[in-house]
Design a protein around this ligand. Structure first.
Ligand code: HEC
Ligand code: HEC
Length: 385
C-alpha cells in the first residue's frame, strides 16, 4: 500500500518511507507504540506557564485502548488525536505564549482553549508543551473554532526567528534567510528544511481527491494511504523515537475525511456555474471541485515545489474549491491575494502587489481573458462553493 501511494518513488519523502516502513525486523516497525498523556492548553495552564514556566502534570491518555465500534466512534477518536497527539515538544510554542505581542497566530478560542497547543508527558517522562495538527489546521473566527480551516495567521518563520533572537541561540543563516520569506500561513513541513514553504491548505473535501498534498506527493489510492501519511507524520515529527498505534492513525484519517466547511450563505450563480462547467470542470472535476494532478508546465505557476527534491512530482494537484472564498491567499505558494486577482490578467505584470510582495504571478490563466460580466458571474459562483 505504501509503494502504491507514492507518486514519485525517488523524491526524499518517498525514499525515507520506503527505506524505513513495513520492513518487519528493522526500521520503524521496531519503534515502541506510544499512547501519550496529553491535554489541550486552556487559560489556566497558559497563565501558569506565563507566570512561572510551570506545567501541571497531565494524567489523561489520548486513547483508552478500546477500538471504536462504529464510524462515529472512529471520528471521535480521530478528533482527540488531531487536538491532542503531540507532533513534538515545542520551545517555539512556549515562546509564542510568553511573548503574546509577537502575534504569530497562536490563538485562544472563545471557550478558553488554545487549539494546537498541548501539555503532555513526553517519552522521557517529563511534562512539556507541544503542538498538534490543530495548530495549523484550525482557525478561530469570531471566537468560534473552525476545524479543518488553515490557520493563515500562523507565522512559523517569524516565531522561530524571534525565539532564536530572544535566546541568542544559533540559527543557520541560510535557514534564517528562508524563514524570513515564509510569511503568515505558510510553513515548510518537511524535516529537511530544504525548500520553499507551501501555503497551509484547508482540509475540506479530501476524501474526493485522487492525490494528496499540493504537488500530489501521495496517490490517494484508499483510506490507508492517508492513514499511512498520518502515521509516518506523527512518527517522523516525534524524531522517529515512537510510533502511534495504528488505530490512532486510522482514526485520524477518518476524522480528516469528516471535515466539511461551515454552511454556505450564498446561492450558486447559474451563469457562473455554466462557465465553470465549460472551462474549469475538466480539471476541477470531482465533488469537492478538485481533481487529478496536472503537469506543472501546463498549469504554468511557479515550479519550485513541483520540481523540488523533497516532495516533487513534476505536477500540481487542483485543490478542492469548497469554501474557496475564505481560502485566500491562493495557489500552492499563496502568491495571489484574492479570487478577483486570480482572474485578473494584471497579476502577470511585474507591478503586481501580491501577498509575497511585488512581482508577476504567472500561470493558471483560465478566466483571466474573459469579458468582465463573465468573470463577475464566475466569481459569484466560486463564492457559493
Ligand atoms: C506547522 C503546520 C502544520 C501542522 C502542525 C500540520 N500540518 Fe498538515 N499541512 C501543512 C502544510 C503546509 C501542508 C501542505 C503540504 C504540501 O502540500 O506539500 C499540509 C498538508 C496536509 C494534508 C494534505 C492536504 C491536501 O490538500 O492534500 C493533510 C491531510 C494534513 N496536512 C493533515 C495534517 C494532520 C492530520 C496533522 C497532524 C498530525 C497536520 N496536518 C499537521 C501544515 C501543517
Ligand atoms: C488544466 C487544469 C485546470 C483548469 C482548466 C483550471 N484549473 Fe484551477 N487549478 C488547477 C491547478 C493544478 C491548481 C493548483 C495550482 C498551483 O497551486 O500552483 C489550481 C488552482 C485553482 C485555484 C486556487 C485554489 C486555492 O485554494 O489556492 C482556484 C480558485 C482555481 N484553480 C479555480 C479555477 C477556475 C475558476 C477555473 C476555470 C476558469 C480553473 N481553475 C481552471 C488546475 C486547473
Amino acid at each position: 500500500m505504501l509503494v502504491a501511494s507514492l507518486a514519485n518513488p525517488t523524491n526524499a519523502y518517498s525514499r525515507i518511507r520506503l527505506s524505513s516502513y513495513g520492513l518487519g525486523d528493522r526500521g520503524w516497525d521496531l519503534l515502541p507504540e506510544w499512547t501519550p498523556k496529553s491535554v489541550v492548553l486552556d487559560d489556566a495552564r497558559v497563565e501558569r506557564f506565563r507566570s512561572d514556566r510551570g506545567i501541571a502534570p497531565v494524567t489523561t491518555p489520548v486513547w483508552n485502548g478500546v477500538r471504536p465500534a462504529d464510524m462515529a466512534g472512529w471520528i471521535a477518536l480521530g478528533r482527540e488525536v488531531f487536538f491532542r497527539y503531540p507532533l513534538r515538544a515545542e520551545v517555539f510554542l512556549e515562546h509564542a505564549l510568553t511573548t503574546p505581542e509577537l502575534s504569530v497566530g497562536v490563538l485562544r478560542a472563545g471557550d478558553g482553549t488554545w487549539p494546537g497547543g498541548i501539555a503532555f508527558e513526553d517519552v522521557d517522562g517529563k511534562t512539556k508543551l507541544g503542538i498538534t495538527c490543530a495548530l495549523c489546521h484550525t482557525n478561530v473566527e469570531n471566537g468560534a473554532l473552525v476545524v479543518g480551516r488553515a490557520r493563515r495567521t500562523f507565522d512559523y518563520g517569524k516565531l522561530r526567528l524571534a525565539y532564536h533572537e530572544a535566546t541568542k541561540t544559533f540559527v543557520d543563516p541560510e535557514l534564517a534567510r528562508r524563514m524570513r520569506t515564509w510569511g503568515p500561513g505558510r510553513a515548510d513541513v518537511t524535516e529537511d528544511d530544504a525548500e520553499d514553504p507551501v501555503a497551509i491548505p484547508d482540509l475540506f473535501g479530501l476524501r474526493a481527491q485522487p492525490a494528496l498534498t499540493q504537488a500530489g506527493t501521495i496517490l490517494h489510492v484508499g483510506p490507508t494511504a492517508l492513514a499511512i501519511r498520518q502515521e509516518t507524520q506523527l512518527l517522523h515529527s516525534n524524531h522517529q523515537k515512537i510510533k502511534p498505534p495504528r488505530e490512532l492513525a486510522w482514526a485520524l484519517a477518518m476524522f480528516v475525511y469528516s471535515l466539511t466547511p461551515p454552511p454556505r450563505t450564498t446561492v450558486a450563480d447559474a451563469r457562473g456555474a455554466e462557465l465553470f462547467a465549460r472551462s474549469c470542470r475538466s480539471c476541477h472535476s470531482n465533488r469537492a471541485f478538485g481533481g487529478a494532478t496536472v503537469p506543472a508546465g501546463f498549469v504554468g505557476t511557479d515550479r519550485s515545489l513541483a520540481d523540488g527534491g523533497a516532495r516533487g512530482t513534476g505536477r500540481y494537484r487542483p485543490p478542492s474549491l469548497l469554501a474557496v472564498a475564505e481560502a485566500a491567499p491562493y495557489l500552492h505558494n499563496g502568491a495571489v491575494g484574492s479570487l478577483e486577482d486570480l482572474l485578473d490578467a494584471r497579476r502577470f505584470e511585474p507591478s503586481y502587489e501580491g501577498p509575497l510582495g511585488r512581482g508577476a504571478v504567472v500561470g493558471h490563466k483560465w478566466g483571466t481573458d474573459w469579458p468582465e460580466p463573465d468573470r463577475r458571474a464566475l466569481l459569484a459562483f466560486l463564492k457559493s462553493l
